[in-house]
Design a binder for this molecule. Structure first.
Ligand code: NAX
Length: 344
């Protein structure tokens, strides 16, 4: 394997530049909207700490030309921590030695296209990328799929990344988690940092279940402070449909907030969750909470010693179970569609 960086070394977030352990980070869809925000944040050291960051930008032939311009701008920033920046259109090159990979590039849904068409088109992108990750990435690769449909794309990657443990492959629901925190903070007129134990369950789609059952405000249960009508009729649909709301107002889909959430996800994964808190992570189910094994579903997770662990032992009401099952049913349908297309 190419670059061996242990969790301990990655977690070394001290102020001294650690030149001996550069981190190699692959970003697909690097020429897109999210890439344009994400790459610059990765190069500042805010995710991987005080070590050189080598960036591998993986794009389509067309996107590679734009990525070249982005690489020129990265150079113009004179980031002290930025190492080598390479651009490639071949996954076998783009994932070589990668310790972390942000899989952002995906095919957007075209007018008149069915969801199954979208799943299949993306399967053709994520299957070879998964294969390449298994073959050429570093052993400790951490994969975060952002490109939609993110959960099922991550399931495709997991199916093709030989030798990579399922726990190393995740999909982004941290943006939904952050959106949920922001909505409650505004409602209760508190800081987002006063809130802990928020959970988003299920799919990164309108069926997701942003769940405030375990939510605490300054360590106290939030239950008494939030009325059911607001939670059910405003909060849950608003968080679940926030992406559409942003498109309506901004005219383009969420980009900087998605990049920010992707940075949060990777930073928490490396450095660990705060004591008594958790975050929402979509990862291949181990059967927890009745979610069928292999479906990439969002759960409350803690990062312990650099590995995600699903928080166990939460008591679920019938209403919670129904909402989780509804989103999981959609994930199962998505997985069945890519299975019948021979992509998994
Ligand atoms: P853009 O259309 O701006 O950029 C996508 C980029 O991916 C393009 O530059 C394109 O050339 C590239 N690309 C396409 N196929 C590729 C391939 N096979 N290999 C490498 N690169 C490839 O989209 P952007 O706004 O950046 O969004 C990217 C993805 O994130 C979309 O699928 C979007 O739906 C998804 N999102 C996911 C979110 C999440 O929370 N999971 C939230 C934000 C966003 O909607």
């Amino acid at each position: 394997m190419n670059q061996q960086v242990t969790n301990q070394q990655l977690a070394n977030n001290g102020s001294t530049l650690n030149d001996s352990f550069p981190v190699t980070v692959t970003v697909t869809g690097a020429a897109g909207q999210i890439g344009y925000s994400l790459l610059f944040r990765l190069a500042t050291g805010e995710v991987f700490g005080q070590r050189k960051v080598n960036l591998r930008l993986l794009e389509t032939e067309e996107g590679a030309k734009v990525a070249k311009g982005v690489a020129m701008e990265l150079a113009d920033c004179a980031f002290p921590l930025l190492g080598e920046v390479t651009i490639s259109t071949d996954p076998a090159e783009g994932f070589k030695g990668a310790n972390a990979a942000f899989l952002v590039g995906a095919k957007p849904r075209q007018k008149g296209e069915e969801r199954s068409d979208l799943l299949q088109a993306n399967g053709k992108i994520f299957a070879p990328q998964g294969k390449a990750i298994g073959e050429v990435a570093a052993d400790d690769i951490r994969v975060l799929v952002v490109g939609n449909p993110a959960n099922t794309n991550a399931a495709i990657v997991a199916a093709h990344a030989q030798g990579v443990a399922p726990k190393q492959i995740t999909a982004l629901t941290r943006l939904d988690h952050n959106r949920a925190l922001a909505q409650v903070a505004e409602k209760l007129d508190v800081a987002v940092t006063d809130l802990t134990n928020m959970t988003v369950w299920g799919n990164h789609s309108a069926t997701q279940f942003p769940d405030v059952t375990e939510l605490k405000v300054k360590g106290e249960p939030a239950e008494d402070k939030l009325d059911d009508q607001w939670v059910n009729d405003e909060f849950i649909p608003r968080v679940a449909k926030r992406g559409a709301e942003i498109i309506e107002v901004r005219g383009r889909s969420s980009a900087a907030s998605a990049a920010s959430a992707a940075c949060d996800h990777m930073r928490t994964w490396i450095n660990g969750t705060a004591e008594n808190d958790w975050v929402s992570v979509a990862l291949p189910s181990d059967g927890s909470y009745g979610v069928p094994e292999g479906l990439v579903s969002s759960f409350p997770c803690r990062s312990v010693d650099g590995q995600w662990e699903i928080v166990q032992g939460l008591e679920l009401s019938d209403d919670q179970r129904d909402r989780i099952n509804n989103s999981v049913a959609e994930l199962q349908e998505e997985l069945d569609a890519v299975k019948s297309a021979g992509l998994v």
